[in-house]
Design a protein. Structure first.
Length: 201
């Protein structure tokens, strides 16, 4: 009896170790947005299957989404996660929020995303919340207009996030553009001898 109890305990420990290793190896969090039962009419009757729509991310600015179809829900989710890992997008963030306000539309769904102060939390629902949690945004205010179709909402949210610009990079770009335009003005005002000298440099 003692040996049997010890063997059961060892098996339990091995399972716990495997579970911990799997959690450590997987750097992405998975958010199942929707699971639908779909049927296909064939000659012999109906083929029932499940379609899962999943959003994954590393909570550090990378996020992706995809759908998968299989005879069982776990298999459908696994397929969707595998496809989503291949289609990850890098999103520009500003600390725990987004850089600026943006509005994006996909299909009949329109999503507004607005930055929020630290400690506000994620004020969003449905597909928008899943995307924000996966990408790593902690403080944001969002509003959805039009259709509540989760597919369109998630795609509109991704479209909005991808249009986000890094404010620091855009500032550097504006400064370099203004400097270039200033040099062009000076080139027009200076005599031709100075222009020839500058071109030689």
């Amino acid at each position: 009896m003692v040996s049997q109890t010890n063997s059961n305990t060892n098996r339990g420990k091995r399972r716990d170790r495997r579970g911990r290793n799997d959690e450590e190896k997987n750097p992405y969090i998975e958010k199942v947005v929707s699971v639908r039962r779909v049927s296909k009419v064939v000659k012999g009757g109906r083929n029932l299957s499940f379609a899962a729509f999943v959003v994954i991310g590393d909570e550090k600015g990378k996020v992706g989404f995809s759908s998968g179809k299989a005879a069982a829900v776990p298999d459908a989710v696994r397929k969707a996660v595998t496809t989503a890992k291949k289609e990850l997008e890098k999103i520009n963030l500003k600390g725990t929020t987004v850089p600026h306000e943006v509005i994006a539309k996909f299909g009949a769904s329109k999503v507004m995303i607005r930055p929020a102060a630290q400690g506000t939390g994620i004020i969003a629902g449905g597909g928008v919340r899943a995307v924000m949690e996966a990408v790593g945004v902690k403080d944001v205010i969002s509003k959805t207009h039009g259709s509540n179709n989760v597919f369109n909402v998630v795609k509109a949210t991704m479209k909005a996030l991808k249009s986000m610009e890094d404010l620091n990079k855009s500032k550097i770009k504006d400064e370099s553009t203004s400097l270039f335009s200033l040099l062009e003005i000076l080139d027009e005002l200076l005599p031709s001898e100075f222009t020839f000298f500058n071109n030689k440099l």
